[in-house]
Design a binder for this molecule. Structure first.
Ligand SMILES: *[C@@H]1O[C@H](CO)[C@@H](O)[C@H](O)[C@H]1NC(C)=O
Ligand SMILES: *[C@@H]1O[C@H](CO)[C@@H](O)[C@H](O)[C@H]1NC(C)=O
Ligand SMILES: *[C@@H]1O[C@H](CO)[C@@H](O)[C@H](O)[C@H]1NC(C)=O
Ligand SMILES: *[C@@H]1O[C@H](CO)[C@@H](O)[C@H](O)[C@H]1NC(C)=O
Length: 414
């Protein structure tokens, strides 16, 4: 009987159980060259097939106990170019692969254990050969399947599936603390017991790359869901996005035309659309930017210009060490996670709009009617966003001033 491994994996009949026993025995005396191919199924069932040296089907494993209550971990590339996502696992049962190629429009489905803790980022411009991958951003020490973290600067999606005092909450965030390279969105896939959570409270996105931002208009706003409108950041335009990275923090600053020797802080020099940005801390390792040493105190460590600009562009992202109050999402455990590179729409502004509603979600249990009413009330959302917009325009003004100061300092030194 011939069948493809995928078909075989979906079988749940008694033949496959018997075969799995045989296969277990076979596996204990695997000849060299006999490979077990592992692939994830849904969160109830996690099996793999034993294949022989000529890839012939030998049997399907029992569901692996450690995958009971496995959590879907999905990665989607919505960018126009191939990416090589990287994953690092700090705790819990890891996904099968920590690094792989993902063509535009492709999705990779894996699972992790219910106590998994880890990070996901995108690698760009990789040259791949076998197990090696040399990438311009996010590089994993030259390996395709990452063993540790990725080289900065990278935008990170961070998860702690069993957080909180009881381990019954999931903590997650989008972090620009290690810099920025790609737009990232996190999409929550609720479980049956968490489907009451409104989608506009839990799906943050951060778009800091020019060209990827949908236009905003009060009337033409693209909602992710007509019932639960998404609060989007509404002041930034695609042309603003080309300038948010402080000049000296660009990972690959353009050369000033003509001299061709060293980067020059001048906003008239055209920046590339793909303009990865180093965080102030990652670039200079200054305790005042990294909030270390005597700055290891939320009352002492102030956000840098980088953090302020990052927060203006991506209000729901973590921009520096003590920014966690306004950038960590906390929800009851259950459900799965998808990380989308280059998500559609705009950067979200959920945390500032729905702080109280998110506290109710974190506390667990059914949401009170008045909490739900606010998540569906468009005029409430718009009133909150226009309040936040006033703050954002202050930081954009700050950005212009600081660029002027940098230019002034440089000219003064010349
Ligand atoms: C690097 O990758 C980015 C994102 O995929 C792309 O926009 C850019 O053109 C690439 N750069 C080079 C030099 O290939
Ligand atoms: C909006 O999301 C909720 C919860 O996920 C879902 O029940 C509802 O059908 C969605 N509404 C629309 C119009 O998509
Ligand atoms: C939902 O069910 C999952 C799996 O049984 C469990 O781990 C999780 O704690 C539950 N979450 C809530 C909010 O009850
Ligand atoms: C929606 O929010 C607005 C502004 O906060 C408020 O005036 C209005 O009463 C709310 N509508 C409902 C149906 O809750």
């Amino acid at each position: 009987m011939h069948q493809t491994p995928t078909q075989a994996g979906r079988r749940r009949n008694s033949t496959s159980n018997k075969l799995s026993l045989i296969a277990t025995l076979l596996l204990s005396s695997l000849a060299p060259g006999v490979k077990a191919i592992v692939y994830p199924s849904n969160h109830e069932l996690y099996r793999f097939d034993y294949l022989g040296p000529n890839k012939q089907y030998l049997g399907t494993s029992r569901p692996l106990t450690k995958r009971e209550n496995a959590i879907p971990l999905i990665v989607t590339n919505n960018c126009g170019e191939t990416l090589w996502p990287g994953i690092s696992s700090q705790h819990g049962d890891p996904p099968e692969s920590h690094g792989f190629e993902l063509a535009p429009g492709e999705t990779k489905r894996q699972t992790v254990g219910p106590t998994w803790q880890g990070r996901i980022w995108g690698r760009t411009n990789c040259t791949v050969s076998g197990d090696t991958a040399t990438c311009l951003t996010g590089d994993c020490f030259g390996k395709l399947d990452c063993e540790y973290g990725g080289a900065i600067p990278v935008t990170l999606a961070e998860f702690n599936l069993a957080g909180g005092v009881t381990g019954m909450q999931t903590f997650y965030d989008i972090s620009l603390v290690d810099g920025y390279n790609l737009p990232i969105g996190v999409v929550y896939h609720p479980a049956d017991n968490t489907s009451y959570i409104p989608p506009n409270l839990v799906n943050p996105s951060c778009i800091g790359t020019t060209g990827y931002l949908a236009a905003f208009s009060k009337t033409g706003l693209t909602y992710t869901n007509a019932t639960y409108p998404m609060p989007y950041e509404d002041t930034t335009s695609n042309s603003d996005l080309i300038r948010w990275c402080p000049w000296d923090l660009q990972a690959f600053p353009p050369l000033k035309p003509g001299d061709g020797v060293y980067p020059y802080p001048d906003d008239n020099v055209q920046r590339p659309a793909f303009d990865p940005c180093r965080s102030a801390c990652a670039a200079e390792h200054d305790p005042a930017d990294c909030c270390t040493g005597k700055y290891d105190d939320p009352w002492v460590c102030a956000p840098s210009q980088y953090s302020n600009n990052a927060k203006a562009v991506c209000p729901d992202a973590y921009s520096y060490a003590f920014d966690d109050q306004t950038s960590t999402f906390v929800i009851p455990s259950g459900g799965g996670w998808e990380v989308v590179f280059c998500p559609a729409g705009r950067s979200t502004n959920i945390l500032a709009t729905f702080a109280d509603e998110l506290h109710s979600v974190a506390a667990g249990g059914r949401l009170a009617q008045d909490v739900l009413a606010k998540t569906m009330n468009l005029s409430y959302i718009e009133s909150k966003i226009s309040g936040a917009a006033a703050d954002a325009s202050v930081s954009v003004a700050g950005l212009v001033v600081s660029v002027a100061v940098v230019i002034g300092v440089v000219l003064g030194q010349v």
